[in-house]
Write a protein that binds this ligand. Sequence first.
Ligand SMILES: [Zn+2]
Length: 133
Amino acid sequence: MIRISCAACGQTLTRDGRWGDISEWDNLVAERCSPVAAGVFVRLPEDSVSVLQPDNQSRTQVYSPENAVSAHPEMVIRENWTSAGVDQGCCGSSGMDGPNRACTCGQMVATEWSDCYTQAEIRFLPDTIVVSE
Ligand SMILES: [Zn+2]
């Protein structure tokens, strides 16, 4: 079994799970559904970005970088992290501004999608976490 911890302070951020293959991740789920089952972590080989053009000034918004680790929302130990950065949405987090969850030590560690019109998913940032066996 594996679990994810904060690379900055070592605090455990998830319950125990197992690695899953990319075939266990479904990017086309309905809103409020998770693309990955509870108990499974899937490493995403590609980054998730969008090129935005507000005021004709192009900028790239990174929702999650390559090698991010996708997890079901139930896998997170909620008391060990907090909302951070730009965290907007309707009744949850839209994920549209990129990373929005930090460990309680202050280290940004993930992007969460939890709004009524998005999927329900956590993607851990690969450079800010430690995956332990
Ligand atoms: Zn931490």
